[in-house]
Write a protein that binds this ligand. Structure first.
Ligand code: ZN
Length: 183
């Protein structure tokens, strides 16, 4: 059973997908179209100190993303920050500021749901292997495995017994490391 908080993130992501999926041939989920639709401007820059952050200026929302991140992390960081925006979290005011763990977990759950929508993944699991799903959804292996585990889905070609070794949701996960306030 889902916790109450997780339901809020799931419904926020589902609502956003309902509004934006008609504009794209998903998967992969087109984050550029989603940012356009939300009126969020995205800027990329090379950076050592953070993955992504959002800020508000004159009522406009801006996303800064570290262009050195690998594709899966890059996309997850954008989706994570969109989670903060959609879930009405406060913007970060200082680069090394930390948010509460619960807030970060919410943004992570939102990101997983946005990038790996259950409505696609359920059908695709019968057709594609893990490696194919990673390419199809343009996500990291870890994001995919967490979402598969959370939805209790087993992709094509997974050896029997391997599913029980998938990472479990709730464990600390290095995939959140792309976001500025994480180590
Ligand atoms: Zn965050």
């Amino acid at each position: 059973m889902l916790g109450k908080a997780e339901k809020i993130e799931k419904s926020a992501a589902a609502g956003l997908l309902d509004s934006t999926l008609p504009f794209m041939n998903a998967p992969p989920v087109n984050l550029g179209k989603i940012c356009d639709w939300l009126g969020v401007e995205v800027y990329t820059m090379p950076c050592e100190s953070f993955g992504a952050m959002f800020s508000l200026r004159d009522g406009k929302k801006f996303l800064m993303v570290n262009e050195r991140l690998q594709q899966g992390r890059f996309r997850f960081s954008i989706a994570h920050e969109l989670g903060h925006i959609l879930l009405n979290h406060e913007p970060i005011r200082h680069i090394y500021e930390e948010r509460e763990r619960a807030i970060e977990a919410q943004a992570d759950a939102f990101a997983a749901e946005l990038l790996l929508p259950e409505r696609f993944l359920r059908g695709d699991c019968a057709k594609y292997t893990v490696a194919e799903l990673i390419r199809r959804y343009k996500v990291s292996r870890q994001s995919l495995e967490l979402q598969l585990s959370s939805l209790r889905l087993i992709p094509k070609g997974t050896p029997s017994g391997a599913a029980s070794r998938l990472p479990q949701r709730g464990r600390p996960s290095p995939m959140t490391g792309g976001v500025l306030q994480h180590k």
